[in-house]
Design a protein around this ligand. Structure first.
Ligand SMILES: [Mg+2]
Length: 128
């Protein structure tokens, strides 16, 4: 069964890179350039997992995570965002509190992203 991944990011290059990475690993990938479009895509395509950026126009990522969590309580969400100079990002801490299963600081290793996605979709993984 092909797993469908929704990638939400306002940066076209990031969307393209993640899409290519996951496509190579056999996932079906759909993309959206902001949270509002991402939410619409989630309703339409019922993805198995969503990856979302945090800083975006129209609807930012924290609000997007809240909405996705409400509509799709069991769907794994991976939040991605740029790190501060300390290599941490308080927005990603909030994303985790709002229900993101995994968070990754940009720029992240693409193999690492793929590993986290695979882990989230593994049947051994039990949602908290
Ligand atoms: Mg952004």
């Amino acid at each position: 069964m092909t797993r469908r991944i929704l990638v939400i990011d306002d940066d076209a290059a990031v969307r393209e890179t993640i899409m290519q990475t996951l496509d190579e690993r056999g996932y079906e990938v759909i993309t959206a350039e902001n949270g509002a479009l991402g939410l619409a895509a989630s309703r339409r395509a019922r993805p198995d997992l969503a990856i979302t950026d945090i800083v975006m126009p129209v609807m930012e990522g924290l609000q997007t995570i809240r909405e996705l969590r409400r509509e799709r309580p069991a769907m794994p969400i991976v939040a991605i965002s740029c790190g501060s100079h300390a290599g941490r990002n308080v927005l990603l801490d909030i994303a985790r509190q709002l229900g993101a299963w995994e968070v990754l600081v940009k720029p992240f290793d693409l193999d690492e992203l793929a590993a986290r996605v695979e882990c989230c979709l593994s049947p051994r993984w039990v949602s908290p």
